[in-house]
Design a protein around this ligand. Sequence first.
Ligand code: AMP
Length: 288
Amino acid sequence: MGKPALSFEIATTVTQVESWRTKTSGRTVGFVPTMGALHEGHMALVDTARKTCDQVIVSIFVNPLQFGPNEDFGKYPRSLEQDFLICQKFGVDAVFHPSIDIIYPQGETETTTVQPPAQLISGLCGAFRPGHFIGVATVVNKLFNIVQPDCAFFGEKDYQQLQVIKHMADDLNMNVKIIGVPTMREEDGLALSSRNVYLSEAQRKLAPTLYAALSEAKSAILSGTSISAAVAIAKSRITSLDDVTLQYLECCNPRTLQPVSDPQAPCRILVAAKYGDVRLIDNLVVNP
Ligand code: AMP
């Protein structure tokens, strides 16, 4: 017996996406860009896309331009067959999985890039991953041009990324609506992430401390503790763990991502830490 046929379109070239788009003309298209190794968090985006649009297309592309030289591009998890089955189960209509030379025919170092404003990318993850958001904005811009979606869906889990994309779409008058989707978590609070598979058993046990620290800081701020005191307590909770390196834990304005000190002001708390070699990020709304 052969493998069951997949019920969605698979496109690997720009022309194939264009011909799928011709077939979908007159219907709204929702787009979910991913790097694959799909999990329930990605499917939360697909579910929202299906409720919002007539057709849903997912891209699977591990984008070399957004990885630094010492980052995990080579060992980023890849599981295309499994990803296809997940897309099938969740009723995706098309998957675009281009090779690197389809996206960067001149090579990724020779491409025109998108430069988000410094205010959005110099802090938080941007401070630890120089060039990362240029890579993200560039590939998302290219994917938007290829797919021509009506709406595109991004997880709040990568909150700085969501703001960079929202600003890019606004600033460059892109004809696409950017929709943020709340973070899906394990029962113990750990945000779902493709990188969680790299956590050792011991690191996996410790990983929910990230969300716990954010939740405690949020409650403390909402019950009158100053932002600086709440942040200091949350930081010390993480830095006291063995084999865990805190990169940042900050309260920021949810749109500008600039630091916030007024507990009444709109505020989101964001964190990144390395559990061994595995870099985890998370964030939580404090005041919308
Ligand atoms: P990635 O494949 O990691 O680039 O993620 C693709 C999209 O899925 C991004 O918009 C992420 O923010 C989103 N995403 C990843 N993990 C989660 C999660 N746990 N909950 C919601 N969205 C997520």
